[in-house]
Write a protein of this length. Structure first.
Length: 500
């Protein structure tokens, strides 16, 4: 059991937001636990032994509400002070990254290092404080400064790394993509797609392709693929194997207890799509997030077998294709709630060690909704996460990125229920169009600066239709551009101006 004292304005806190909270073990894997807050005390009852850290959505004045982690802690009789442990962990991560990221500008490095020292001094004072309330206050100040410095460090490192990558001509030929809303047939939508992106991503949703068993509907897909092919616009296919409930045909559940039959049906579905469209599409997200979202409750061995089968079939039918295994929710929060899932890093390691034939990892970076995998994290955490996956030695494609441009509790068809953006966290204030644009610039610069990152895809171009994340488009519903659309074009121009 871990216990944390939580203070607010010098007094025990009266409430704490636990909506996205979970425990994480020393190996970085989320773990099951019961969390309870009462009378200023947060109690975490673990279901496993060993040290653990608490991840919690925490408000930082002037910065936003971010999902942050404490250090990994041993159980003890005396409660820990939450703010102090959040600050301690961030400073520890900063120290590691200062060693990993060598900044080229000594003046910038000196300024950032000075602020790290200030944050560390505040933490030392917190550790020496006479009361827990004083320790919490000083820890809060240390944390706020450390988070600010972390973002500055990430952006400065990205700026330096982008210069090196440009000098080495290290950018992929086609950098920026967008997922197509097949239902949007307007000319304005098509025009904006063509003017801002290097490629498009076409979702091949099984439920839409085969709404009834052995009854197929290819009309919408055929129309889009033919149009893009005619206009020589590169395409990528996604959602070949995806177990989000809204993507799975209702009739498939008849066989939910017969794995062999479902496996054969998936094989035939993948084969049909690849044979029909492989002439025009040579890049495929073969499996998409099945380690985390699994509406048919496959076990570990079955998920690995489906991954192997789908990747091998793609390589057999399209030997020259680029085959991507797509990872959703890269921090793996979902595993703390559902043990029938697989932590993303474990899944990544297993498919490498198993010799599954694939070329690259896909990573999804969606933030702003109150659900696992989408609580807001800062740019420092995102940059560090990309570095961890890059260590696996495979190229990385950011297959989906998105944040909202407004605060809302709209219903999203992507998830089938009411979702709150207000409760999903914030970044330098409540989400608005200017913050969406600022986030896009910072995120794209950080992602594209990584040697192993080849492409970045924005999820929804427009707010019209079935938007994955409410107000997450770069265009309004009437197809008028938001500031983020202009920002994306400026990022693309800056890269293309350097030899691509």
């Amino acid at each position: 059991m871990l216990r944390f004292l939580v203070f607010s304005n010098g007094a025990p806190a009266k409430s704490v937001d636990l909506s996205g909270a979970y425990l994480v073990g020393s190996d970085g894997v989320p773990m099951r636990a019961e969390l309870e807050f009462r009378d200023g005390m947060l109690t975490c009852t673990k279901r496993a032994t060993g040290p653990a850290g608490l991840a919690i959505s925490w408000p930082i004045p002037g910065v936003g509400q971010l999902l942050l982690e404490t250090t990994r802690l041993q159980e003890r009789e005396k409660p820990y002070v939450l703010q102090l442990e959040l600050a301690r962990n961030r400073l520890m991560r900063l120290s590691h990254k200062q060693e990993d990221w060598e900044l080229d500008d000594p003046r910038s490095l000196e300024k950032l290092s000075g602020n790290v020292v200030k944050s560390r001094d505040l933490l030392v004072k917190a550790l020496q404080a006479d009361t827990d309330a004083q320790a919490a206050q000083l820890g809060e100040e240390s944390l706020a400064l450390a988070v600010r410095v972390g973002e500055q460090l990430s952006l400065q490192h990205a700026e330096d790394a982008l210069l090196r990558k440009r000098a080495e001509n290290g950018f992929a030929r086609r950098l920026l993509g967008c997922t197509v809303d097949l239902s949007n047939q307007s000319e304005a939508y098509r025009r904006h797609l063509v003017e801002a992106f290097d490629f498009v991503v076409i979702p091949f949703v099984w439920r839409d392709i085969e709404p009834s068993e052995q009854q197929f509907d290819w009309k919408l897909l055929d129309g889009w693929v033919d149009w893009f092919a005619k206009h020589r616009i590169p395409m990528k296919g996604t959602d070949l194997v995806n177990f989000v409930e809204k993507n799975v045909p209702d009739w498939l559940y008849i066989w939910e207890h017969d794995f062999e039959t479902i496996r054969d049906l998936i094989y035939e579905h993948v084969r049909r799509v690849l044979q029909r469209y492989g002439k025009h599409i040579q890049v495929w997200d073969v499996v998409n997030g099945i380690h985390g979202v699994n509406c048919i409750s496959f076990n570990f061995e079955q998920l690995m077998e489906l991954t192997r089968m789908s990747a091998a079939l793609t390589k057999k039918l399209l030997p020259k294709s680029l085959t991507i295994v797509d990872l959703a929710a890269p921090w793996g929060e979902y595993y703390a709630r559902n043990q029938r899932t697989i932590p993303p890093m474990l899944y990544a390691d297993m498919i490498i060690q198993s010799g599954i034939p694939f070329d690259a990892f896909g990573l999804q970076c969606y933030f702003g909704m109150s659900m696992d995998g989408m609580y807001v994290r800062d740019l420092f955490q995102i940059s560090s996460m990309l570095d961890r996956f890059a260590q696996r030695g495979r190229p990385i494609h950011v297959t989906g990125a998105q944040v909202p441009s407004a605060v809302t509790t709209d219903k999203s068809d992507a998830w089938g229920g009411a979702v709150s953006i207000r409760d999903g966290g914030s970044w330098w204030g409540d989400w608005n169009e200017e913050l969406q644009s600022k986030w896009l610039r910072g995120f794209y610069e950080i992602a594209l600066s990584k040697i192993m990152v080849d492409t970045v895809t924005w999820r929804n171009l427009s707010d019209a239709g079935n938007s994955f994340l409410p107000h997450g488009g770069l265009l309004h519903a009437d197809m008028s551009p938001k500031p983020a659309f202009k920002q994306l074009k400026e990022v693309r121009k800056a890269v293309l101006a350097n030899g691509n």
